[in-house]
Design a binder for this molecule. Structure first.
Ligand SMILES: [Zn+2]
Length: 333
């Protein structure tokens, strides 16, 4: 159908060690690229400088190399590309689809409650639009006063410019057209006073700059794709295909998270589990047979080869990481 080479990416945030769920995601992109003779790129989503740490970034690269999930070309670190996001933001500003929002989290929750929204999960509800109608004088006054603010996308204005949008989703049975309906996310934050981007803006700009043709990521980000499609249209960026895969859960149906230290690749390595075994587990989960947490923990206990990591032959592993891993042990809840 098309001769353009497949380019995929894996884009973790260096806020902790990789766990099995990440491997599942990386494997999805890696396989799609390798099967098509394309390229698999690596990106570190580190715009939140308060939570990201260099040692986690190094550990991510090291774990991927150890697993054999090799990537092509240089690693793109978002923190080194704020100019790209600033340019995109300036274009959106010039189109009149941004407005400053001065609300605190509490004010947003109170506004939602006042409007009769569910009091239990306000974070799930879109921003009620409190600051959308502020006059230019009020905006200028508040901005001059030095208080914090966010820049939000005026979704109604954006959609008036773009018209209806869709994208191609790769599902089990093959490609399928999806209509973009970003209303459930509402006026998302695209930047903050001191940070010229947010997740939504950075990921959209990066996928275009890196020439990504197929975005593979967890189903938890499927909602975000609706708004990314709008940003692509506003910024004249190409639209990749998307494949949202099921998330891995443990035996109790809980999503694997960075908090579950037992399931990090780091701990599995330390317990003597081989790369092939980890890959097999992550791959199996893709077929709808997620390994149970109990099963994985049993394997960890069985492994026991504490010093397996100290053997030579682990590619690209800087010596300082033994120290880093030890220092962090148990430090994150
Ligand atoms: Zn507001």
């Amino acid at each position: 159908m098309t001769s353009e080479p497949t380019v995929t990416r894996f884009a973790p945030s260096p806020t902790g060690y990789l766990h099995l769920g990440h491997v599942r995601s990386a494997l999805e992109g890696w396989r799609a690229a390798r099967c098509a003779g394309g390229r698999f790129l690596l990106r570190l989503e580190d715009i939140d400088q308060t939570r990201c740490r260099d040692e986690y970034a190094a550990a991510i690269l090291d774990d991927l190399a150890w697993l054999g999930l090799s990537w092509d070309g240089p690693v793109r670190k978002q923190s080194e590309h704020f100019d790209d996001y600033r340019n995109a933001l300036d274009r959106l500003e010039a189109m009149g689809v941004l407005y400053p929002c001065f609300c605190t989290r509490r004010e947003i929750q109170e506004e939602i409650a006042r409007a009769g929204g569910a009091p239990h999960a306000p974070s799930e509800l879109p921003y009620p639009g409190t600051c959308r109608g502020l006059g230019s004088r009020q905006r200028a006054e508040k901005q001059r006063s030095g208080i914090d603010y966010a820049l939000r996308l005026d979704l109604a204005r954006a959609l008036a410019l773009t018209g209806p949008l869709d994208w191609v989703e790769e599902e089990g049975e093959g490609p399928c057209g999806k209509l973009a309906d970003p209303t459930s996310l509402g006026d998302v934050v695209l930047a903050r006073k001191d940070v010229p981007t947010s997740y939504h803006l950075a990921v959209t700009v990066d996928d275009a700059i890196q020439g990504v043709t197929l975005v593979t990521r967890g189903a938890d980000l499927a909602t975000a794709t609706h708004v990314h499609r709008v940003l692509q249209a506003l910024l004249d960026l190409p639209t990749p295909r998307y494949r949202h895969h099921a998330l891995m859960t443990d035996a109790d149906g809980r999503r694997l998270s960075k908090r579950d230290r037992a399931l990090t690749i780091r701990s599995m390595r330390e317990s003597g589990i081989s790369p092939a075994e980890i890959i097999a587990r992550a791959a199996l989960a893709g077929e709808g047979a997620a390994p149970s947490g109990t099963e994985i923990r049993a394997n960890l206990n069985r492994g026991g080869g504490e010093d397996r990591l100290r053997h030579p032959g682990i590619p690209g592993r800087p010596g300082r990481e033994v120290h880093a891993a030890g220092r962090n042990r148990g430090s994150r809840g």
